[in-house]
Design a protein around this ligand. Sequence first.
Ligand code: NAD
Ligand code: UDP
Length: 319
Amino acid sequence: MKVLITGGAGFIGSHLTERLLNEGHSVIIIDNFHTGSRDNIRHLLHNDDLEIFRHDVTDPYRMEVDYIYNLACPASPIHYQRSPVKTVLTSVMGVINALKLATEVKARVFQASTSEVYGDPLVHPQKEDYSGNVNPIGPRSCYDEGKRIAETLMFDYHRENDVDIRIVRIFNTFGPRMRPDDGRVVSNFILQALRNESITIFGDGSQTRSFCYVDDMVEGMIRLMDQDEHTGPMNLGNPDERSIKEIAELIIEMTGSSSEIIYKPLPKDDPIRRKPDITLAKSHLGWEPQVKLEDGLPKAIEYFRPLAKMHAAPEKVPN
Ligand code: NAD
Ligand code: UDP
């Protein structure tokens, strides 16, 4: 199989690239290295089945491929809020260009959507048929609404042009190769703990998230892509819901850190609760996460240990 991965130099994309190369596929990466890095794929560069193009997905591209995984988009609030108009363009033009190529070369196309399409959800846990509670004009809207219109375009191309689509709604994912300056909760808390610096909880720490280890995520994405029955949208994530305070305490304990917890204001529109209902993925793909939070966190901690000497967690609180 010849597989195109947009955003293949990013956190999830690099794990997907590695897995597909290991399975014997040819992989082409398109990435503008906005939030991705060559370091994420350096260990794969010797592989003749890997090609990499520095290219922005908002500009059209053409190549013969069987599968397209469209992952290109900054994923962390600090990065996607830095240039919000560009974030919208990346989601919208990025998916249109992927869909145009899929139409032309009759490729199957996968869209990395997000639990953020549910916004600050009023239904808990979130099922795929919940339409969400998204603020269209807030600081997170460039990402949330960008991803929502990307789903719309996927289904419009599917209905109008019979494009073969797959959509996954990814819930918070963590693991090695997250960027140290991402400002995400797992990377921030680990860096702060390893540096014995104050752990910054936004709000009172009672808000919840459900964290999925990256290998489980990649397995679910490939399973959806490799079957013929279901288009999605399908939730993928770990339903093990934890409060942010609990995450802070767990990381302090696992790193043996002397960090104290401090509290900063909760960013605007920060969702209060989030947990995927994964009934669909379980029944259609036979998929559920295998890696417990307590087993995944040590792998992320080991990844960040050498980096913690060089990088502090970013100071900035997203809007
Ligand atoms: P990431 O920022 O590490 O990776 C995104 C990649 O896309 C980077 O390599 C970046 O350089 C590239 N990119 C960004 N804009 C581009 C553009 N205009 N043209 C070409 N390349 C561009 O993020 P990630 O965590 O690996 O996320 C991958 C995908 O999964 C994203 O679409 C994200 O929205 C989605 N997602 C991730 C999570 C998560 O918890 N990590 C949760 C929900 C959804
Ligand atoms: N968060 C925090 N301290 C940090 C970074 C994040 O308390 O240093 C909180 C953030 O406000 C949110 C949760 O942790 O409530 C998850 O944040 P992240 O940016 O990782 O993911 P998202 O909000 O996009 O789900």
